[in-house]
Write a protein that binds this ligand. Structure first.
Ligand code: GTP
Ligand code: SPV
Ligand code: MN
Length: 596
């Protein structure tokens, strides 16, 4: 155990309220992982996959009510309401705590309370940040083992007085004496679920869900919602971004970060196999990026996570071979199809099994016409298993970022790639980005929503202040130290509804142009929305695309952009007084340019 008195007192407080049958302090060891895995297999909560083909892999099936993040039950309980802003749900902190304490009362009866000391970032790194999660879910414990650095070493760094983020989680399903547990305990009533953040006191209280970002509290709750507030206070950036190392055929490398909303291609991009000969992409992170200004003046990024919690459907040897190689062993699968030979399958993996068990535990065959895996089915896999992980991925000093990409799913209007004229213009691009919604959260799939910097569901404070913080970062850096900013769109469709762009490994063509721009080469043309590759500047070699198709990818239709303006104005109007004037001016400048 630990000599950290406030930590022990905090755990004791929750033990008394939640009334678990036992308390276990996690040491992060393989033995602990194996014991919990075996217990969950024995209880029927998990299925062990075939040991020869899927060594040390488990499959879980969640409750059908608990399959994704629940944004309408996610709260930012800042002391002052205005600080949460119009894009977050808010409740007065004391009121929320009183309400949630009622739910937590006795909520762990019949279960074990696990204490998970974790580090976001390499243990002991000056950029890393420590949290402690309390949970009654052994599924959460084994996932946290993979996604973060867990255990005794973290307690050592914490010492007797170290600061930590307090992260409290319960599935909200107490067991009466003798009551048999279900495979996926949770509170199926959505109105009873709460994913609550108290940014001013660096606390997270989560109740009722066991799935992903709702329950693995180091990820979205800590590394984005709480960390974005820490970053605002301390002058750095906590972002929903992948990080890659990009190397050209001459062996020169740059580092690139990219913010795409949930299920918009970060994991795929982070592990890409470029189709351009000689170019190399290596992974630093696939979901979250913490960026700080280093002594050299440049912005250095670390991946605070230690694993990937990736979308399974669509992942295949064809689309993402490096992900497939990463998930062959020591991986947790959730809501995939179980095949008759104890393997896993999901849509677009390849030839389906003749029959199997679907994500709801029912007999299933592809002939049924129904999806076997849930669209938000996921794998949890150690990052170190990725065959293209960059050697410096755990460098405590981080890697200097040369370019930041923003992008979402836009079937029309937005061209393949646009370069910002300067930092402020880039912040404007990020602030107006929109994306058609996916299955990563409950909501209406396909509907366009503005998701600034891919942070709409993850910003722990007022979005207007968040934009102001980005602008401040720009003002306080020399222009040559700042990453260049790009707006990309892999998802443009033809009038017939076909993808205009092959995507995946061919996205390296866009990276090549960006590399050349960063190196002060690569020609561009000015347009009302920013700079686009000049004719011939984007490498289409070996791609079977007509000149018309290429032109369509880059078309900037002033009428279509003018039609965007009311939506952008509405989006800005919602942010009210705290929207920085500089962005309003950027919008006016865009309007003027589109009229010309
Ligand atoms: P989260 O983990 O939810 O944050 O998602 P993510 O941003 O990591 O997305 P991911 O890489 O898992 O991709 C999500 C979906 O987008 C998958 O179905 C992919 O097949 C698809 N996708 C990824 N990259 C591309 C691309 O370049 N073009 C097209 N058309 N689809 C893509
Ligand atoms: C996302 O939704 O952006 C994810 C999955 O990365 S979750 O961890 O569930 O938030
Ligand atoms: Mn994500």
């Amino acid at each position: 155990m630990t000599k950290h008195k406030p930590l022990r007192a905090w755990v004791e407080e929750w033990r008394a309220l939640c009334e678990p049958k036992a308390v276990h302090w996690c040491d992060g060891s393989q033995a602990e992982y194996d014991r919990l895995s075996n217990e969950m297999v024995a209880s029927g909560a998990a299925t062990r996959l075939d040991g020869a083909r899927w060594p040390n892999c488990l499959l879980f099936r969640s409750d059908p009510s608990d399959v994704a993040r629940v944004e309408e039950r996610t709260f930012i309980c800042s002391t002052i309401r205005e600080d949460a802003g119009p894009t977050n749900n808010w409740m007065e902190p004391a009121e929320m705590k009183a309400l949630m304490r009622k739910s937590y009362q006795g909520c762990m009866q019949g279960r074990t309370l696990y204490v998970i000391p974790y580090s976001m970032g390499p243990i002991g790194s000056p950029i890393a940040n420590i949290g402690v999660e309390i949970t009654d879910s052994p599924y959460v414990v084994v996932n946290m083992h993979i996604m973060t650095r867990v255990g005794t070493k973290v307690l050592e760094v914490l010492g007797e007085h170290g600061e930590f983020v307090r992260a409290m989680h319960s599935v909200g399903a107490p067991l009466a004496p003798g009551q048999k547990d279900v495979a996926w305990p949770c509170n199926p009533d959505i109105q009873k679920k709460f994913i609550t953040h108290f940014p001013d006191t660096r606390e997270i209280w989560s109740y009722g869900s066991g799935y992903g970002g709702n329950a693995l509290l180091g990820k979205k709750c800590h590394a984005l919602r709480i960390a974005s507030v820490q970053a605002r206070d301390e002058g750095w950036l906590a972002e929903h971004m992948l990080i890659i190392k990009l190397t050209n055929p001459a062996g020169k490398s740059i580092y690139v970060a990219a913010a795409f909303p949930s299920q918009c291609g970060k994991t795929n991009f982070a592990m890409m196999e470029p189709t351009l000969p000689g170019w190399k992409v290596q992974t630093i992170g696939d979901d979250i990026c913490w960026m700080k200004r280093a002594a050299d003046g440049r912005w250095h990024a670390i991946n605070p996570e230690a694993g990937f919690f990736g979308v399974a459907p669509g992942t295949s040897l064809k689309s993402n071979p490096n992900a497939m190689r990463t998930i062959q062993r020591n991986t947790i699968f959730t809501n995939c199809v179980l095949t008759p030979d104890n393997g896993v399958w999901w849509e677009d993996l390849g030839a389906p099994p003749a029959q199997g068990v679907d994500w709801q535990g029912k007999e299933w065959s592809p002939a049924s016409g129904k999806k076997g895996a849930h669209p938000n089915a996921r794998f949890t896999a150690p990052a170190r298993q990725c065959p293209v992980i960059a050697p410096e991925w755990e460098d405590p000093a981080g890697v200097p970022i040369s370019a930041i990409l923003f992008g979402g799913r836009r079937a029309s209007v937005v061209p393949l790639v646009t370069e910002a004229r300067d930092w402020q213009h880039g912040v404007f691009m990020g602030s107006i980005m929109g994306s058609e919604m996916t299955a990563a959260a409950f909501g209406t799939i396909g509907v366009l929503r503005r998701d600034p910097m891919a942070m709409l569901p993850f910003c722990g404070y007022h979005m207007g202040d968040y934009f102001a913080h980005w602008l401040k970062v720009g003002r306080e850096s020399r222009a040559e130290d700042l990453p260049r900013i790009y707006y990309v769109n892999w998802f443009r469709k033809s009038a017939e509804g076909q993808w205009l762009w092959p995507g995946f490994g061919d996205n390296a063509r866009v990276l090549k142009w960006i590399f050349e721009r960063v190196e002060r080469g690569g020609s561009a043309v000015e347009t009302p929305i920013g700079r686009l590759p000049a004719a011939g500047a984007l490498d289409f070699s070996g791609l079977d695309m007509s000149a018309e198709e290429q032109a369509e990818l880059f078309s900037v239709d002033p009428a279509a952009w003018r039609a965007e303006l009311p939506g952008i104005r509405e989006h800005y109007a919602k942010l009210g007084e705290r929207l920085p004037a500089a962005l309003r001016e950027e919008l006016s400048a865009l309007e003027r340019k589109l009229q010309g």
